[in-house]
Ligand binder design. Sequence first.
Ligand SMILES: CC(C)(COP(=O)(O)OP(=O)(O)OC[C@H]1O[C@@H](n2cnc3c(N)ncnc32)[C@H](O)[C@@H]1OP(=O)(O)O)[C@@H](O)C(=O)NCCC(=O)NCCS
Length: 336
Amino acid sequence: MDTLSNIRFVTLPPAEPDAGQIRRAEAREIEPAVRLILASPSAPADPQQVRDLVRLAHLPHSPSLGLMVGCGIDGLVSAVLPVVSPGRTMLLFVPAYYPTAEHQQITGRLVAEICRRAADADVHLAQALLDPSDSQLAALFSQWGFSRLAELIYLQRYFGRLPEDPPLPPPYRWQTYSPQSHDLFARTIERTYQLSLDCPALNGMRSMEDIVAGHKAVGEFDPSLWFLLCRGESPLGVLILSPVQHRDSLELVYLGLVPEARGRGLGDRMMRHAAYLAGRSRCRLTLAVDASNRPALRLYWRHGMQSIVRRVAMLRDLRALADRASVLSTGRPQPP
Ligand SMILES: CC(C)(COP(=O)(O)OP(=O)(O)OC[C@H]1O[C@@H](n2cnc3c(N)ncnc32)[C@H](O)[C@@H]1OP(=O)(O)O)[C@@H](O)C(=O)NCCC(=O)NCCS
């Protein structure tokens, strides 16, 4: 059986003694390393999760950034997988189970080394998503330089019957994304962040171009599923959807209204459109929302979205690391 004890003791013999070493995983180590990340004291790793993480570990990475492992005298002890997104952000997958202090210490070194390499590769933000009940792991991430960003609630609803979505009454209209409307989308998304309760600590930490690039990287980018809700020529809101997981789900990547358009039922109008598009494809609508964003949660609950899981998002700004590296190498900060 695929238990943690198997994972801990049936480890690969290292090619040469490398206890204490941290390095990129060799191809043959990818699956055992992924099993270390997914290990728990009570249950075997879920085979589907193993396959998903192995697939992510095989995605093309830069030569310096990818799955890294840490070794003890018996072989692999820990592993950390960074997944870099085009929006200069990186999601870290780390083990949730630490049987000894050595496991914690080696994982901390892996996280530090990956953050340093990512900063050198111009990645700005590192993020990890933790089980909210795992306060020990949250404390470790704090030691490793991360701060709590938000608690996220993941919601979903399956639309078996096609929901109604009557055309917008003039002068309201939908405008979809095109290279010509790119700047209008970016400017409108930025306006929807004003006084927003959606992960407000992120505001100002990313450029609009990185934010849009990050949204495009979720699932399959389809410009016909990116909408501006306009009144005449004035954009009032943004709705961004993306097919994910082999088109089984339609992810609501972002929904937001500019401040003067809030509290008028327009959020409902955008949700109906999203529900209609999910129903048309007979797939689930999924999304993640900041648990403190009560207006957004109320909107999603009104539309029958149901909570599936919660995660605590931990964040580290890596730009300070890159700045420090340039000061160390030249003795003074480099111009941007
Ligand atoms: C969440 C959001 C889409 C809700 O849409 P909506 O059409 O305004 O929803 P409702 O009509 O149900 O109004 C929600 C109520 O919350 C209030 N509200 C919304 N955002 C608020 C905020 N940031 N601070 C305080 N109150 C807020 C509205 O004024 C309204 O109050 P009222 O009923 O007393 O007039 C909209 O508030 C918004 O775009 N917020 C910023 C971006 C955001 O949070 N997006 C969600 C990403 S998951």
